[in-house]
Design a protein around this ligand. Sequence first.
Ligand SMILES: [Fe+2]
Ligand SMILES: [Fe+2]
Length: 229
Amino acid sequence: MKHNKLSDYFALTMTKIFRLIADNFFAKRYGHRAVVLETIAGVPGMVAGVCMHFKSLRNMKTGWGPYISEMLAEAENERMHLMIFIEIAQPNWFERRLVLLTQAIFSIFYFILFVLFPRTAHKMIAYFEEEAVKSYTDYLEMVESGKLENIPAPQIAIDYYKMKKSAKLSDLIVKVREDERSHSIVNHKYADLNSNDAVIENKPEIKGSLFNNYKLEKFSEGIIRIEKN
Ligand SMILES: [Fe+2]
Ligand SMILES: [Fe+2]
């Protein structure tokens, strides 16, 4: 439990630091904010997916498939957010350099964090995603209040979300915000499953980090079937 508190504290502190940097750097430039931050958002899911894929290979064990798929799907979803917002705002020269630097630093940082402290890694992303929900809510308010023009949604977004042809930027932001909310829920779930004091309903004999000690089936659908290794 003590360990979890420290892990939460670290995850929350990192989130506050990132939020402060983003708020100061982008201020109310929401389009640019979305583009730059989505380049970072695509990293954690891919790192987690690759790490768990390798873990499955080297341990020669089943049970991680749904988790790997969910993580890779998250990375792909974030990449699509980027492909969509790049149609709305083009980053300037400095922002492009910033993306290169941030990708190098954040990818290595997240890889190390995920390998050593997967619970903390998932918690941090869960909190980041909560901040993303708030940022997109602010963005939506700016558009709905007329401070930003409610332009037509780009074609790529209409195709991806299967929206009607007349969809607007505000409709798009609502969709993206829903994605971020679900990423937050998913990452909280994996953080909890990866706690040292995780317990499963009706299975009091099972304790400890579920990732390491048990085979998990149907992990992502909330139906958790556990087999002892
Ligand atoms: Fe995103
Ligand atoms: Fe996200």
